[in-house]
Design a protein. Sequence first.
Length: 285
Amino acid sequence: MMYRTDLAVEAIGALESKGGGYSLREESHGSCKVTAIEIFTPEAATRLKKPVGKYCTLHLPSFSDTPDINGTGALLTAKLLRSMLPETGTVLVIGLGNRALTADALGPKTADRILATRHIQKELGRVAGLEQLRPVCVCSPGVLGMTGMDTREILSAMVSQIQPAAVIAIDALAAADRERLGCTVQITDSGIAPGSGVGNSRPCINRDTLGIPVIGVGVPTVMDASALAASGQGRGAASRSSVPLTITVREIDLLINRAASLLSMAINKALNPQVEERWFRELTE
């Protein structure tokens, strides 16, 4: 049985690699591992319940136990993200999710630490001794229940006005395996479907809907409760309910803060690699 998951690597594992239409490659980088998956055909996309596209999954030491002190995870994430972005042009960074709900606050908290340069390119270049900064703009649009507007409606209006070369959409993800919570980063050029992993799917945000590349970046912060029940570790209502339920880890506050720190630094480095890390920290924290 395939439980609800936003991770392509779990979708393939659940089907035990049956059928073709995709490729899988793994690489080790010290304590980190990268699984690169590409789904080629509509048939494979239907079988795996994931859109055609590239999916890079980083397996890192737990954010809760080990902060990314030496920046290895951020650098590796930045490298993979840069490979999916256009080389030039404005990039719109969007922090998706509900800031008031801890497990769903990854997007807004990451967006808070993104260095916006679209309005101060020349001034920042003068102060920092840098030139030709990539224009970056950032926003946290909130959720439908708070704004009365669907995220895709808001993004469509932004894209129409700003005309960016690409969008980076950051969101909390759902996993089927609790071992992936807080230690996995997924980057995909297939866009993002807010809420899909927890059975609350909204319209997809991707190249087809916005007309430009949409790179989805996320960390699993919740898991399908029915998957835990099936493993024999779930009890009570979670194992009996027909309503989609999710669970998270006790140290979710720490996990979200450290994941947001890693992702924001990775995105900042991917967009403006010539800027020193200290500038990012001084200007965004």
